[in-house]
Design a protein around this ligand. Structure first.
Ligand code: AMP
Ligand code: MG
Length: 403
C-alpha cells in the first residue's frame, strides 16, 4: 500500500502546468496570471471629481459657515465624459459630477450635500480646502507602478484592475478543462426510469461540481457500460479535449468487471495501486492519449470518489495552473463524540463543524456509499494512520468543505 502523501507527491511530480496563453479578460477569469502587470498610464488618467457637487477655488469658500453661507454664481456644468476644456473663473463655480474632469483653475469640489443645490447660484455652507473631493491623476497608480504579480489567481478585482488600466487581454494559465466519466452497467441517468439492479448515476454530477468549485471548466461524459474496449475508446477520445480526466468506478479488485483498470492496464502508462486511506483505497494515476493527458481513476462509491477528489484531484488541478497547495482550508476542532478508525489507514470521516469552528460532530452513516451523510457534512475529520480511536473532547484535524 502507498501512503496518501506518497501518492499525492507522485501525482504532483508528474503534472506539468498548462502553458500560459494570451486570454481575453473574460476567458482569463479563474486563470492564473503569468506576467507581472505594471501601470502603463496614470490611474486615474486625469484629475477628476470624487463627488457630485461644485468645482471651486477653495479660497472662495473660506468664509462659508452654516449661518453665513457663501454664494457663488454657477457658470456651467461638467459631467463625466465631458470633453470640453472648462476654465473656472475666480469667484464662480461649475456644477460637476463624479468622474468629470476637474476644470482648469479649480482646486476643490464642494459636495452637493454642503450646499443648497442651486443651479444659477449656489449657497455653500462649509469651507473646503484645496484638494478636497478631488482625485488626482495617478493617485491610484503611476506609470511603472507594479499592479499585479505573476502567479495570482485572476478574479473580480484583478480583472477589474486590468480593464481599468486598459488591458483587454492578459497572459495567463487558463482554467483546466476536466472531463468526468463514470463507468458501470448499473448506472442510469437521473430522470430516466430505474429497472431492476440499476441505480441513478450521481458521481459525475458531484465530481463536475467539485471540479468547477476548484476552478476548472468541467464536462460530464455520459456514463459508459462495463466493457473495456468501449471504456478505452471513450477515454482516449476525451483525452484529446481535456487537460485532466477523472473517472469513477471500475478500479477495485473485481477482475474483468473493473473495466477502467482492465482497459488502462494494457496501456502501461497508468499505474493502479492501493492507497492507505479510508474511504478511497483503490486509485489509479497516469497519462493517456497522444498528448499524455493526466488521468485520475477514482473508486466508484460516491463518498470514496468525493474524498479522492478532495485529496488528489484538487491539488492536481492547482498543479495544472502552476500553483502549489492541496485541499481546502484545514482547522482543528474538538470532537463532540467518539470515533473509530482502521489501523494503518488515514481515514476521512464526514462531520459537521460548528458555526464558530470550535467543535466537530461526526455524522452517522459513515459507509462509503452513504451519500446522504456526505451531503450533510461541511467537513472531513482526518484521523491519522496510527490512530484507531478518538474520544469525545479530543482535538481532531478537520478539512473544511465549504468554499
Ligand atoms: P465500482 O468502483 O465500480 O466497483 O463501484 C463501487 C460502487 O459504487 C458500486 O456500488 C457502484 O454501483 C457505485 N457507483 C459506481 N459509479 C457510480 C456512479 N457514477 N454514481 C453512483 N454510484 C456509483
Ligand atoms: Mg463498477
Amino acid at each position: 500500500m502507498q501512503s496518501v502523501d506518497a501518492y499525492l507527491a507522485e501525482i504532483l511530480a508528474a503534472i506539468r502546468p498548462l502553458a500560459p496563453r494570451e486570454l481575453s479578460l473574460e476567458d482569463a477569469d479563474g486563470g492564473v496570471l503569468a506576467e507581472d502587470i505594471t501601470a502603463q498610464w496614470p490611474l486615474p488618467p486625469f484629475d477628476n471629481s470624487a463627488m457630485d457637487g461644485y468645482a471651486v477655488l477653495a479660497a472662495d469658500t473660506a468664509a462659508a459657515t452654516a449661518d453665513a453661507p457663501v454664494t457663488l454664481p454657477v457658470a456651467g456644468e461638467v459631467a463625466a465624459g465631458d470633453t470640453r476644456e472648462h476654465r473656472l473663473a475666480a469667484g464662480s463655480c461649475l456644477r460637476i459630477m463624479t468622474g468629470a474632469p476637474l476644470p482648469a483653475g479649480a482646486d476643490a469640489v464642494v459636495p452637493v450635500e454642503l450646499t443648497d443645490g442651486g443651479t444659477a447660484r449656489v449657497a455653500i455652507r462649509e469651507a473646503v480646502t484645496a484638494g478636497d473631493s478631488v482625485r488626482r491623476a495617478g493617485d491610484a497608480a503611476a506609470p511603472g507602478d507594479a499592479l499585479l504579480a505573476s502567479g495570482i489567481r485572476l478574479g473580480p478585482a484583478p480583472l477589474g484592475l486590468l480593464a481599468a488600466t486598459g488591458r483587454a487581454s492578459v497572459l495567463a494559465r487558463p482554467r483546466p478543462r476536466v472531463t468526468v466519466l463514470s463507468t458501470g452497467n448499473e448506472l442510469a441517468a437521473p430522470g430516466t426510469p430505474l429497472t431492476r439492479g440499476r441505480i441513478w448515476e450521481s458521481n459525475s454530477f458531484m465530481l463536475a461540481s467539485a471540479a468547477r468549485r476548484a476552478g476548472a471548466v468541467a464536462y460530464r461524459q455520459p456514463s459508459v457500460p462495463d466493457e473495456a474496449s468501449h471504456v478505452l475508446a471513450v477515454i482516449e477520445d476525451a483525452a484529446g479535449r481535456a487537460d485532466l480526466l477523472v473517472t469513477s468506478g471500475g478500479v477495485s479488485m473485481g477482475g474483468e468487471h473493473d473495466v477502467v483498470k482492465a482497459a488502462l492496464e494494457q496501456l502501461g502508462t497508468v499505474r493502479f495501486r492501493k492507497v492507505a486511506m479510508q474511504p478511497g483505497m483503490p486509485q489509479g494515476f497516469g497519462m493517456v492519449g497522444t498528448a499524455g493527458t493526466p488521468i485520475l481513476t477514482l473508486p466508484g462509491n460516491p463518498v470514496s470518489a468525493f474524498v479522492s477528489f478532495q485529496l488528489f484531484v484538487r491539488p492536481a488541478l492547482r498543479a495544472l495552473q502552476g500553483k502549489a497547495g492541496g485541499h481546502q482550508r484545514t482547522t482543528r476542532a474538538v470532537l463532540t463524540a467518539p470515533l473509530r478508525s482502521p489501523r494503518d489507514k488515514r481515514s476521512f470521516l464526514r462531520g459537521v463543524l460548528a458555526d464558530d469552528g470550535t467543535q466537530i460532530t461526526p455524522l452517522s452513516g459513515q459507509a462509503s456509499h452513504q451519500l446522504a451523510a456526505l451531503a450533510l457534512a461541511n467537513a472531513l475529520i482526518v484521523v491519522p494512520e496510527q490512530v484507531t480511536g478518538m474520544q469525545q473532547g479530543d482535538v481532531a484535524e478537520v478539512i473544511c468543505l465549504d468554499d
